[in-house]
Every structure is written in structure tokens, then in C-alpha cells.
Design a protein. Structure first.
Length: 197
């Protein structure tokens, strides 16, 4: 006798639908860009209805925000994984800098976070997203390095802004064909220079 499949609980179905929409949207946004992607294409690729899309997301922009948020979290996770908590702060920052640049080489990620992100969400919203993720890890690393070296006068927030911009420019340059090893070395040199007491 064949065992009957139990229906999935509503929450599980809802989570699966949301995940399918985010995955389909990510693929299309990377392939065609935000402006070139329509909501009918997204729902068709996700295998759901338009009603399901609008149940989970207010509009295409809100769906893009969910995609960008997922990407930003993945970058922060990669940094935190590479920057071992038991390492000296300087070593953790150097490992985190390489992890950031490697995480940004995931196909489409640079476009989503650094090109389309500001155009779709605006600079302030992208900055908030970064502050909660990669810039947060940078800030925490700089604070730990300052505490470890006794450099109480380190201008942490200014360094976060400047180093974040440098990391983003390096990711864009690598995406455009720049030598990853050179940019990794340059970013590590900047980190060393910024954290010398």
C-alpha cells in the first residue's frame, strides 16, 4: 500500500513560495537587469501566480530589496566565517578583506549590490543594507583592532566609509576583469595602514 503524502503546513508552503520568488527574481535580475525584468516573467519562472507574488511582496522593488538583502547577508556571513573570532583582530580583518572580495565574485552579486542596488533602492537604503552587513563587520573589525592596539583615537566611522568605498570599487574592478590578486593585496595594504596604532 502506497503511503499518502501529507500536505505541507501553510507556513512551509508560504516559505517555499517566497524562496521560489526570490530565486527566480535573482536569476532574472542578473540576466536582464531590474528594468528589463517583468513581474509576469518572475512568476512564470517561480511557477507561482501573480497573486502569490503580491501576497509576499508589495511590488517588484520590494522583491528586489529581498534579493539584495539575501546577497548582503551572504557576503557578511562569508566575512564572518573567514575572520575567526579567536584570531588577532588584524589577522581577522585581513582574512575578512579577502573573503569580501571573493564573496563578491559570485555571479551577479556585484551587479545586484553595487550597480542595480543604488539605482533601484537609492543610496540611503543601500547604505542601510551595507551598515547591517559588510560595513558592520568592517566596523566591528576596526573597533577590535583599535582596542587590541590601544589606538583609542582611530576615526572608526570615517574609516568604515572610506574602506567600504574602496572595497566596493575593488569588487567592481575585479568584475570588469581586474586582477583579483592585485586588488586583494591592495586592500590588505589599506587595512594594515588603517589599523597601525
Amino acid at each position: 500500500m502506497q503511503e499518502r503524502l501529507r500536505p505541507r503546513p501553510n507556513r512551509e508552503r508560504s516559505d517555499a513560495t517566497r524562496a521560489a520568488l526570490v530565486a527566480a527574481a535573482r536569476a532574472l535580475f542578473v540576466e536582464k537587469g531590474y528594468a528589463g525584468t517583468s513581474t509576469p516573467e518572475i512568476v512564470a519562472a517561480a511557477g507561482v501566480t501573480r497573486g502569490a507574488l503580491y501576497h509576499h511582496f508589495e511590488d517588484k522593488r520590494a522583491l528586489f530589496r529581498a534579493v539584495a538583502n539575501q546577497e548582503a547577508i551572504a557576503v557578511a556571513d562569508a566575512i564572518e566565517t573567514a575572520a575567526a573570532a579567536d584570531s588577532p583582530a588584524g589577522d581577522a580583518m585581513l582574512a575578512g578583506s579577502v573573503a569580501y572580495l571573493e564573496a563578491m565574485t559570485v555571479p551577479g552579486r556585484t551587479r545586484l549590490l553595487l550597480t542595480d542596488g543604488p539605482a533601484v533602492l537609492g543610496a540611503a537604503e543601500v547604505s542601510d543594507l551595507d551598515d547591517a552587513n559588510a560595513a558592520r563587520t568592517l566596523r566591528e573589525g576596526l573597533e577590535a583592532a583599535a582596542a587590541e592596539s590601544g589606538a583609542s583615537d582611530l576615526p572608526i566611522q570615517a574609516l568604515v566609509v572610506l574602506l567600504s568605498a574602496a572595497f566596493d570599487r575593488a569588487a567592481i574592478a575585479i568584475e570588469a576583469g581586474g586582477n583579483p590578486a592585485e586588488f586583494k593585496a591592495a586592500m590588505q595594504q589599506l587595512i594594515r595602514a588603517a589599523t597601525i596604532a
